[in-house]
Design a protein around this ligand. Structure first.
Ligand code: AMP
Length: 380
């Protein structure tokens, strides 16, 4: 393939969390070198990368020096400042490109973009004052969810509003000057499509994944989702439309609500591999991180075929509340795989790792991944 970045080359990753770690593992398996850049040291990505650069994202000289050392720059954390991507872009291609980051790191820009491009989104209003919030509640009704426009993830910067009396406190609690009010969607289920688009504009998507959240944080993912085939096709086609419309080269995940009347609404985009796609590591021919590598390097995309039904359960820091989890107990359950991210401190709500279970059907995979996670609490 002409112009492809071949094994042996160095890939730069902005960000140093678990997504970068799993990317680095996939990249090193295929013979690439990995450099990571973030303000921290001894990070989940840095522990498995060839080079760990510790500098602030707004240290543009450090970003430029980093980009000079690599053949392509990608990211695992989309909340890097636009100037960071621009500084890197002067020395190496950034994939997905800065415009994709710009749209997806800001809820309001993302929703406005999706709506104007004709994709179905949750009804929303832009909010810049307590007075605007009152008006928007009048228009959208209650309950509703107020979300900060920028820098939100894993339910941070979100507050549900059930009564008009809560509105001004809700606005004050976000401590922001720009937010989005969304109508509360009484969804039937949540699903996601992890998709990749190559440098040659080829497109692949994984089978639709079904997700459930706890405290606004992803808890369980199942694949394939128990939805009608038509809906699964529509979700994949919508994902294709989003990647094409944004001209993504890389991986992007589209999160959907499936409404009670069987319609799809886009909740959110993530311009990178996604937590719901972690099960692809064990369950698919090429996982989402390999797909990220292939796409940003200009290699042909890999097969997204699901080898066996799978379930993934997140392991949050809360698990450590009563000491070290019982890892041997989970490892004793057939078909279960353990992934830990090397994080040095367990804090409540912090993603520390995940378990994946493979089985003959999703119900069995789900039961065994839940069983495995429960077993971590067992003593002795
Ligand atoms: P988000 O960070 O926006 O993806 O929100 C995290 C989770 O909160 C979602 O996956 C849903 O479970 C829930 N949520 C967010 N927005 C809404 C909404 N408009 N209606 C109902 N549930 C929501």
């Amino acid at each position: 393939m002409s112009g492809a970045i071949l094994p042996g080359a160095a890939i730069g990753v902005l960000g140093s969390g678990q997504l970068g770690r799993m990317f680095a593992i996939a990249a090193r398996k295929m013979g690439y070198r990995v450099h990571t850049f973030s303000p921290d040291s001894d990070t989940p990505t840095g522990q498995v990368a060839d080079v760990e650069v510790q500098a602030a994202y707004d240290d543009l000289d450090a970003v430029a020096a980093f980009a000079r050392q690599v053949a392509v720059v990608t990211f695992e954390f989309e909340n890097v400042p636009a100037a960071t991507a621009a500084a890197a872009e002067r020395f190496a291609p950034v994939r997905p490109a800065g415009n994709v980051l710009n749209v997806t790191q800001h809820r309001l820009r993302e929703k406005t973009y999706l709506q104007s491009a004709g994709f179905p989104v949750t009804p929303y209003r832009a909010i810049r004052s307590a007075a605007q919030l009152q008006t928007a509640i009048g228009e959208l009704g209650l309950p509703a969810i107020l979300k900060t426009a920028g820098w939100g993830y894993d339910g941070k910067g979100q507050v549900k509003i059930d009564s008009l009396a809560q509105a001004s406190d809700a606005w004050a609690s976000l401590g922001t000057d720009e937010a989005v009010l969304e109508a509360f969607v009484p969804f039937e289920r949540e699903v996601s499509v992890v998709a990749a688009r190559g440098a040659d504009r080829s497109f692949v998507a994984y089978p639709v994944i079904e997700n459930s959240h706890r405290r606004h944080i992803l808890d369980l993912s199942l694949c394939p989702a128990a939805i009608p085939e038509r809906l699964a096709r529509d979700a994949a086609e919508m994902a294709r439309g989003v990647l094409e419309s944004l001209d993504v080269v890389g991986v992007l995940c589209v999160e959907f609500f499936v409404t009670d009347d069987g319609k799809l609404l886009i909740n959110e985009l993530a311009p990178r591999p996604h937590n719901s796609g972690h099960l692809t590591i064990d369950a698919c021919i090429a996982c989402q991180f390999e797909q990220q590598l292939r796409s940003i390097c200009g290699l042909p995309l890999g097969s997204t075929e699901l080898l066996r039904p799978a379930a993934m359960a997140n392991l949050l820091g809360d698990l450590w509340n009563s000491g070290e989890p019982n890892w041997p107990a989970a490892c004793a359950i057939p078909g279960v795989k353990l992934h830990l991210y090397g994080k040095l401190q367990a804090r409540p709500g912090r993603k520390m790792g995940h378990l994946t279970a493979l089985a003959g059907d999703t119900a069995t995979a789900r039961a065994s991944v839940i069983d495995a996670r429960e077993s971590l609490h067992r003593t002795g």
